[in-house]
Design a binder for this molecule. Structure first.
Ligand code: GLN
Length: 499
């Protein structure tokens, strides 16, 4: 029998509406699962048990009332469903550390728009999930509060930086979670953990209340068990927000996929870029992704080879632009306004001591790189050049989308690696992002979903990138694929961890 914590978001929604169980039972199932397993996985940095149970109780009252009056269809769309939130999104009253000592003990006075919209839709926040410090990393090893373990193999990383959220969904600790994606931080952990994750178009979801890393790249993203689950949440979060000047006024495309005929991809053109199948990538990843592409062809999609010739510039361009923007964004953490303060005799001493002691190595490295790239005399050579190359990368995508509706490729060159294996080699870690960075630089949406397993039993993900604001198109394609495959339903066996 399926246990409550195993239900997907859509199954849980249906069960709640049918009165098969209550929101309180659902939330308790998640909290019990967390209690049982999170000592091993460390997906969460903090829990909000009391407020979660209180909100679930209110949802149950609303459900009971609506059942009596026959108005169940008028209820908020996601009423009573549990949600985990990456600890870079602020939620009023809950701690927000960004995985950093510099924000230890900080409680924000407001809630991020993305979270607030899901709360308005009835979702229940369970707690905050682990992240690389300020979302800088690809393994969650850069968290100041310890690494998260991959539920498929706890000696391996869950990916990052939204590793806590991905592990929570994969380990069935929560049916859904929010993450952030500046260079791949939703898609790569989704791939490593065998779940579905989307980075929407830049500007599709408000960044208000998302702690800024690289402001021209940052996106709030969603993790779920399937394209359908992800679409349920994105539909609620997407749309203009007056509190974020870069959020788009474009209308949100409907994200409901008709159950009938949805497995047909007839008329859909999918491009396969040769630049994304590189030497040195894990052979099993390439095989699984190519098989998934064939499967989509069998569903009626037309597959075309395409070129994205400036792909190789994405990595160096990203690692100039993101640290440059980070160096400016992180200037605000000086021990005065947020978090702990290391005392000193003069103001500058307070700044330097607090920053020197409280920022971790990777964040310090990025601030130094970014400050250098922006400094007088170097700005044109680095930041200016990078912006020009970014335009070329964006143009590659515009040209490709004149021929195809979506681009299919791997999410990462390998499956989840061992904890500690990239330890003292930042460049090896940066290479993990080679297939995910271009979508952020171009601002286009990217969707990751599971398409197989390697010989070690680790999930393999495929990425679909689409035109600006075509999240619904990408989700429909993955939905069609998931109608005829079951990779997304597989779950890791964690019984051996249960005490
Ligand atoms: N791994 C990339 C970085 O370290 C991307 C992180 C992200 O998307 N937040 O910057």
């Amino acid at each position: 029998m399926t246990e409550l914590h195993e239900l997907s978001l859509s199954a849980a929604l249906a069960g709640l509406r049918n009165g098969n169980f209550s929101s309180t039972e659902l939330v308790k199932a998640s909290l019990q699962r967390i209690e049982k397993l999170d000592g091993h996985l460390h997906a969460f940095l903090s829990l909000a048990e009391d407020s979660a149970l209180e909100t679930a109780g209110q949802a149950d009252q609303q459900l009971a009332e609506a059942r009596k009056t026959g108005t169940i269809d008028n209820l908020p769309a996601l009423l009573g469903l549990p949600l985990a939130v990456k600890d870079v999104l602020v939620v009023e009253g809950l701690p927000c550390t960004c995985g950093s000592k510099i924000l230890e003990g900080f409680k924000p006075p407001f809630t991020a728009t993305s979270v607030q919209r899901l709360q308005q839709a009835g979702m229940v926040v369970l707690g905050k999930t682990n992240t690389d410090e300020f979302a800088m990393g690809s393994s969650t090893e850069n968290s100041a509060y310890g690494v998260t373990h991959n539920p498929w193999d706890t000696s391996r990383v869950p990916g990052g930086s939204s590793g806590g959220s991905a592990a929570a969904v994969a380990g069935r600790l929560a049916p859904a979670a929010l993450g952030s994606d500046t260079g791949g931080s939703v898609r790569q952990p989704a791939s490593f953990c065998g779940v579905t994750g989307i980075k929407p178009t830049y500007g599709r979801v408000s960044r208000y209340g998302l702690v800024a890393y690289g402001s021209s790249l940052d996106c709030v993203g969603v993790f779920g068990r399937s394209a359908e689950d992800v679409s349920l949440m994105l539909a609620e979060m997407a749309g203009h927000d007056t509190l974020d000047a870069t959020s788009s006024k474009n209308p949100v495309s409907p994200m409901q996929f008709p159950k009938t005929d949805s497995s047909s991809l007839k008329g859909t053109k999918i491009g396969v870029p040769q630049e994304y199948f590189i030497d040195g990538m894990q052979a099993e990843v390439e095989t699984a992704v190519r098989q998934a592409i064939e499967q989509m062809q069998a569903l009626g999609a037309e597959i075309r080879p395409i070129r994205l010739p400036h792909t190789s510039y994405a990595l160096p361009v990203y690692y100039i632009i993101a640290p440059a923007e980070a160096s400016a964004n992180l200037a605000r953490y000086d021990g005065i306004r947020f978090g702990p303060r290391v005392p000193g005799d003069a103001m500058w001493e307070v700044f330097t001591r607090t920053r020197g002691e409280k920022f971790g190595d990777e964040v310090t490295r990025r601030i130094m790189l970014g400050t250098y790239a922006l400094s007088a005399g170097y700005y044109d050579a680095f930041y200016g050049q990078a912006q020009k190359a970014r335009t070329l990368i964006k143009r590659d995508f515009e040209q490709a989308f004149e021929q195809v509706d979506a681009i299919a490729c791997p999410v990462a060159p390998s499956t989840a690696f061992k904890i500690g294996s990239h330890g003292d080699d930042p460049l090896a870690m940066y290479l993990e992002d080679v297939f995910t960075l271009p979508a952020n630089l171009a601002g286009v949406p990217g969707l990751a979903f599971p398409v197989g397993f390697d010989g070690a039993g680790l999930p393999i993900g495929m990425q679909l990138m689409g035109r600006h604001f075509d999240e619904a198109g990408l989700l429909r394609m993955a939905y069609a694929y998931q109608q005829v495959t079951d990779w997304h339903t597989r779950q890791p066996d964690l019984q051996f961890l249960e005490n």
